[in-house]
Design a protein around this ligand. Structure first.
Ligand code: COA
Length: 156
């Protein structure tokens, strides 16, 4: 995938590869406040390699990622999505989402779904811009008791 040139430092999109795992785990910890065993990233990337997209800086270090899974036939679920704080609002998340939706179309997915904290206004606005809409309220969905929204859109 081609690097994006702009006034901001360039970044490129590529698939996850194993040396990314410690940086991805740090971004997950800082941005999503979650901690997963590193084996999870390896097994999910093997299950759907094209669904685990990484935005990398000029040194090829991850600055953001989107991890999708396919648990229901015809449906892609965005399991994790985050951009490292210093790299936000530069279009990195937009490129990751555009590329992910393109992968979904390539895999003939009909629908994409995700969950988001009801208090995460930034992410909800971002997803709404991508035509995701709220399909369900998930009471106490998060480990700290916060409610979640399920959001979904047709792919295509
Ligand atoms: C949600 C998230 C992934 C978006 O990533 P991002 O890289 O900031 O996304 P973008 O830069 O593409 O877009 C963010 C906003 O910046 C704006 N933007 C993009 N490029 C811009 C630029 N060059 N100058 C000014 N604004 C810009 C976009 O229009 C967008 O606005 P909107 O979402 O209010 O419509 C990021 O905020 C994040 O990691 N949040 C913490 C983790 C999280 O909440 N993840 C989702 C869990 S469900």
């Amino acid at each position: 995938m081609a690097p994006v040139e702009s006034l901001s430092p360039p970044f490129s999109l590529r698939l996850f590869h194993p040396p990314d795992v410690s940086t991805i785990a740090r971004i997950v910890s800082e941005s999503l406040h979650e901690h997963y065993d590193t084996s999870l990233y390896f097994s999910l990337s093997q299950a759907w390699p094209d669904g685990f997209l990484v935005a990398a800086d000029a040194q090829n270090r991850p600055i953001g990622f989107l991890l999708g899974v396919t648990q229901v036939p015809g449906e892609a679920r965005i399991l994790m999505f985050a951009v490292d704080r210093p790299h936000r609002t530069r279009g990195v998340g937009t490129r990751l989402m555009e590329s992910f939706l393109a992968q979904c179309r390539e895999k003939a997915m009909r629908r994409a779904t995700l969950e988001v904290r009801v208090g995460n206004a930034t992410a909800i606005r971002f997803y709404a811009r991508f035509r995701f809409s709220v399909t369900d309220l998930l009471r106490g969905y998060y480990s700290d008791g916060e409610d979640g929204y399920q959001m979904a859109r047709d792919v295509g």
